[in-house]
Ligand binder design. Structure first.
Ligand code: GLY
Ligand code: MN
Length: 363
């Protein structure tokens, strides 16, 4: 049995539940290592009991599941043996009364249906278990970061007058896929004033000498684990104002990383919201608007997961967590700068997983 499954079972007992119904694809991957299911449609559930576990899906995946998963009994769902019927049978067979469900993943309709089958549903989340990564998860993220760095090195050679945001986005995707990985989210490529939109949707805009700023935010996915990085480079010589913004963002990021270092060396507990505050307050102290997003987020099977490094976060950062530090300054109609790296917290130090240069790059 995998350590992930063992930890989940401990939670079942701790929460005094009879079973847990896992529905989110990321959690299905986490527990089974089986990654064929669509992220856009409901194609499978896991039902995990204290001493048994099932995977419920239809015939399209049966063979692949038999070949690629252990520990789970497969139940093939069909039009005659529906999911509801199956769950009803299993609930009867195993005397399931208290069922944990992922409320933040089920649709309202699914929740309604489930509560007709079983009265006692309670909310359950795997997010806390996933926060601490084991060495093999960390090395997958590290490999994804390495490919991200290589991608950056490649894509900056393609930044030329006339190239479009969408073309660069495609080149990023092509490079990552050519190297046997996947993208962890559609790349964000923003030129000029578009870079003031933190999550700009790459467009057909062509790069001109007036644009100057080129913001690239992208990630690779290796063995199901994601990377995420942002670099902002300049097409031509940056203006003084642009340079000052860049240096302020970089300093904010470095201050947050230094703060992490100082606490971990002294074995002090690190409140995520304090890390956010260090970067945020530095930017505000330089008379820029506050950052319109959190300073960082955990990453793993999903691009955004716990811990969250934001002003209201209650998360405490611990060894084994992997997260981004990504301050930014955005000035509408002018442009923006974001610099993002991934960090793994180790026992005595934070370690950067992304290594692309943060010197001002002028192309
Ligand atoms: N890099 C995309 C994000 O963190 O939202
Ligand atoms: Mn990010």
């Amino acid at each position: 049995m995998t350590p992930q499954l063992l930890s989940l079972k401990k939670e079942i007992s701790r929460k005094k539940l009879d079973a847990i119904l896992i529905s989110s694809v990321a959690n299905i991957i986490y527990l089974t290592n089986f990654s064929y299911f669509s992220h856009y449609e409901r194609e499978a559930f896991l039902l995990v009991l204290k001493n048994k576990q099932y995977i419920l899906t239809d015939g399209r995946y049966a063979e692949a599941i038999k070949e690629n998963t252990q520990n789970f009994d497969l139940i093939e769902i069909s039009s005659s043996l529906t999911f509801e019927k199956t769950l009803k049978n299993l609930a009867k067979k195993h005397r399931i009364k208290y069922l944990g469900v992922e409320e933040n993943n089920l649709t309202a309709k699914e929740h309604k249906k489930l509560s007709r089958l079983l009265n006692d549903l309670s909310h359950f989340t795997v997010a806390d278990l996933r926060m601490i990564k084991n060495p093999s998860e960390i090395s997958a993220i590290e490999e994804a970061c390495r490919l991200g760095d290589k991608t950056f090195e490649h894509v900056i050679t393609l930044i030329n007058r006339g190239v479009t945001e969408r073309q660069l986005g495609f080149e990023i995707e092509f490079f990552i896929k050519k190297h046997g990985a996947d993208i962890s989210f559609p790349p964000i490529v923003a030129f000029g004033k578009n870079s003031a939109i933190p999550h700009h949707k790459s467009s057909d805009k062509r790069l001109t000498t007036k644009d100057k700023i080129v913001l690239l935010d992208f990630g690779a996915k290796v063995n199901n684990y994601c990377s995420d990085m942002t670099r902002t480079v300049f097409f031509g010589k940056p203006t003084r104002k642009q340079k000052r913004i860049y240096e302020t963002v970089l300093e904010a990021q470095q201050k947050a990383i230094e703060y992490l270092k100082s606490l971990i060396i002294n074995h002090k507990s690190i409140a995520a919201k304090e890390v956010d505050k260090v970067a945020r307050n530095y930017i505000i102290s330089k008379n820029y608007n506050t950052i319109p997003h959190s300073v960082g987020h955990g990453i793993g099977l999903e691009v955004h997961e716990k811990p969250i490094i934001s002003p209201k976060s209650k998360d405490i950062l611990k060894a084994g967590m992997v997260f981004s530090i990504e301050p930014g300054i955005y000035i509408p109609g002018f442009g923006g700068v974001r610099i993002e790296d991934l960090v793994v917290l180790e026992n005595f130090s934070p370690r950067l997983l992304t290594h692309s240069s943060k010197d001002i790059i002028q192309l």
